[in-house]
Design a protein around this ligand. Structure first.
Ligand code: HEM
Length: 502
């Protein structure tokens, strides 16, 4: 009896302030949210019924609600899910009379927190570039920006080539067979980011038993459970189901980056690392900031983890969809191949920055692939203040999801939006659109810092793989389903027949 009383008192102490805040917030938001366009929303429970099912359901639901909103001439729709109120813009700023909201959401660095789903990541990426807000974010962004300057990016090209060559070796070993390309590019992207960020070759492409690989996958799996299953937002249910497993992966992830940092610091202190070298991993740039007194060791730790989180799953998802688009559309694959063949001939040489610039069609192909299949399901924000924009009032505490899938399939901007058409990316065509109509890397001053890094990596991978192999499947481009598993993943395995070129 005493134990029950103590547990009840502890639970009340822990949950009552949180519940009060949560219920107070909800009661404030709900009447305003009810006035916004969108599906029927039961109090508190909201659209839980509409979202029940597998991981493909949310995206289908968002897309169909966006279509309904557009048909009625609305610029947003809003949903409620177990007390969370979320508004989705359905267009970029080109939509009639609907300019500033989208811009405001993406450009406001001060008043807007990252969405609630980022809470899960805190223990891994801490207070770093991805999660900071206000002045601390501005300061951090200022230190980061030069690190992805064109001249710095040159320093990573060797890394891209090194790992793309290994991918070629892996594919060669499986030539004539169907290969799970998703698995291949997942390992490649992790190897690239760990090498580029920490200067460490994990080599998971050749040795998939590395514990870091398992920990990253396990952590992402649990993040997906957390995001998709609202009961997991209740701390004790989460603790009961996943606490030990979560802690185990987290320890591996944190211990690994900490060990790399400590080793690097010792080498720097022993004069074994040249911090002024032109080509160096991100960690050396971070240590330069540390030596200048701008960053702490904790800043380095969190931002190393942040870049690994932000840079690998996204790039691997993007590459997965690109390979799917190549395998299902042999005519476009042939065009990419001919362009690459014209640049490299029969040479076995590395891809350079000049080569990347010459890959004009391939770049349009990548952009179109990222339009139809954007890897990030939503850029999330939580409003810290009420926001009145045009005729819509968005209450404090509610969230905004900018979903690239929704924006990229707007027929007013992209006629026949499911048609894969790289010609949309001729400069003349693209310049007719607003930058907010294409947001795979988000937009505005808080856009993706690593987008050029990712583009270079993807082009290098295509330059190597298409030179050596063709990829095929009997499936069609739109046979695929879209599952939200933290990022957007295909529902059908991307198994492509890999045939060496003569
Ligand atoms: C195809 C691959 C990638 C995609 C689709 C992508 C997408 C995004 C998106 C949508 C954001 C905005 C997130 C938000 O505001 O909530 C973002 C932010 C960021 N990305 Fe990427 N990313 C990719 C690759 C990379 C790579 C390779 C790196 C690093 C090498 C990177 C580093 C970052 C950083 C540091 C931020 C935070 C910027 C800030 O908050 O100021 N990303 N990315």
């Amino acid at each position: 009896m005493l134990i029950v009383l103590i547990l009840t008192a502890l639970a009340a102490y822990y949950y009552i302030p949180w519940l009060k805040k949560f219920i107070g917030g909800f009661l404030y938001q709900y009447p305003h949210i009810q006035k916004l366009p969108g599906p029927k929303r039961l109090p508190f429970i909201g659209c839980v019924g509409d979202l029940a099912g597998d991981t493909t359901v949310p995206l289908k639901f968002w897309m169909s609600e966006a279509e309904k909103a557009r048909e009625k001439g609305d610029g947003v729709f809003a949903i409620t899910v177990l007390g969370r109120n979320i508004t989705f813009p359905v267009n970029g700023d080109t939509l009639r009379g609907w300019h500033c909201m989208f811009q405001y959401i993406l450009e406001s660095p001060e008043e807007i927190l990252k969405g609630k789903d980022y809470d899960f990541l805190e223990a891994w990426i801490g207070k770093g570039i991805l999660t900071l807000i206000g002045q601390p974010w501005r300061d951090r962004r200022k230190s980061w920006t030069p690190l992805f300057h064109f001249s710095m990016l040159e320093g990573y090209i060797d890394t891209f080539n090194k790992h793309a060559r290994i991918l070629v070796q892996v594919l060669q070993d499986n030539a004539g067979k169907e290969v799970d390309m998703q698995e291949c590019v997942k390992r490649l992207a992790l190897d690239v980011i760990c090498d580029g960020a920490m200067g460490v070759s994990l080599n998971t492409q050749l040795d998939p038993s590395h514990p870091y690989l398992f920990a990253v996958h396990d952590f992402t799996y649990m993040e997906q459970r957390y995001i998709n299953e609202p009961q997991m937002w209740i701390k004790w249910i989460w603790a009961l189901c996943y606490h030990r497993r979560y802690k185990k992966s987290l320890d591996i992830l944190n211990d690994f980056s900490e060990r790399i940092m400590n080793d690097r610091l010792k080498k720097i202190q022993a004069g074994e690392v040249d911090l002024t070298a032109k080509k160096k991993p991100l960690i050396d740039h971070f240590f330069t900031l540390y030596e200048m007194g701008e960053w702490t060791l904790e800043d380095i730790h969190y931002d190393l983890n942040g870049v690994i989180f932000g840079g690998h799953d996204t790039t691997s998802a993007s590459l997965t969809w690109i390979f799917w688009a190549l395998g299902t559309q042999p005519h476009f694959q042939q065009q990419c191949y001919e362009e690459i063949k014209a640049i490299f001939g029969d040479e076995d040489r590395d891809c350079t920055h000049e080569d990347m610039k010459a890959m004009e069609f391939t770049e349009r192909f990548i952009k179109e692939s990222m339009r139809i299949f954007p890897p990030i399901p939503a850029v999330e924000r939580e409003l810290q203040k009420d926001l009145q924009l045009a005729k819509y009032f968005l209450p404090k505490g509610s969230e905004i999801f900018v979903a690239p899938h929704v924006i990229h399939h707007n027929p007013d901007v992209y006629p026949d939006p499911w048609k894969f058409d790289p010609d949309r990316w001729y400069i003349d065509e693209a310049s007719k659109r607003s930058p907010y109509d294409y947001v795979p890397f988000s937009a505005g001053p808080r856009n993706c810092l690593g987008q050029k890094f990712a583009m270079h990596e993807m082009k290098t991978v295509l330059s190597w793989t298409l030179r050596k192999f063709s990829f095929s499947t009997d499936r069609k481009l739109l046979d695929q389903g879209f599952a939200i598993e933290v990022i957007c993943k295909p529902t059908i395995p991307v198994n492509l027949l890999v045939t060496p070129r003569k």
